[in-house]
Design a binder for this molecule. Sequence first.
Ligand SMILES: Nc1ncnc2c1ncn2[C@@H]1O[C@H](COP(=O)(O)OP(=O)(O)O)[C@@H](O)[C@H]1O
Ligand SMILES: [Mg+2]
Length: 217
Amino acid sequence: MSEHGVFVTFEGIEGVGKSTQLSRLCARLQGAGREVITTREPGGTPLAEAIRGLVLNAAGEVVSPTAELMLMCAARAVHVENLIRPALARGAWVLCDRFFDATYAYQGGGRGVALAAIDQLASLTLAGLTPHLTLLFDAPVTTALARAKSRGGVTDRFESEQEAFFERVKAMYHQRLQQDPQRLKLIDATLSPDAVESLVWEQVKLLIGGQASAVQR
Ligand SMILES: Nc1ncnc2c1ncn2[C@@H]1O[C@H](COP(=O)(O)OP(=O)(O)O)[C@@H](O)[C@H]1O
Ligand SMILES: [Mg+2]
């Protein structure tokens, strides 16, 4: 599979500033003349967005951690095939708000699904696709949740979880970082939006330096 684009994923718990920074990076890259696709998980295509609605808002019936895992992976498989791979193949930048690290963090860390099961589904779903760079936005759980709350809007099945859940999610994100420090980069999300944007741009410039052929187009 020829993939010449650049795939950057944004990770971290609710309220750390992923969406804010994703649109800022998009603007910077577009300003530099790149084709940029912004997308999110679960979601990104009509079918995957429909699955998102089901998994985030299911009410009145039990959604087991295994069912949640498989719905997330089904959405991802559709997203990868219909949007991410085609965009990368034509040389675009793809900025994705959450990707498979979130499955390890939320379904593995948060819900307690066996990591071996996630490994299997990840390899089945991704077939070798790995982000070039994963930005892990990091802030204390209380800070992030306060921001998410101040943003307002409807509370979904994840946002209504307790702090202890997000501490487990965060711990698993950190475990992922330790396992793959080449790809995952920790971003101090407690700083001002402008300062965080600079940290993100620094990482993107390092990536461009290491992947000159991917970004010359
Ligand atoms: N660095 C920051 N400092 C303070 N507030 C922020 C910062 N980044 C984002 N916010 C605000 O916090 C809220 C959550 O940000 P958002 O980008 O939606 O987070 P996420 O997508 O990670 O859930 C928003 O109201 C946003 O304006
Ligand atoms: Mg967001």
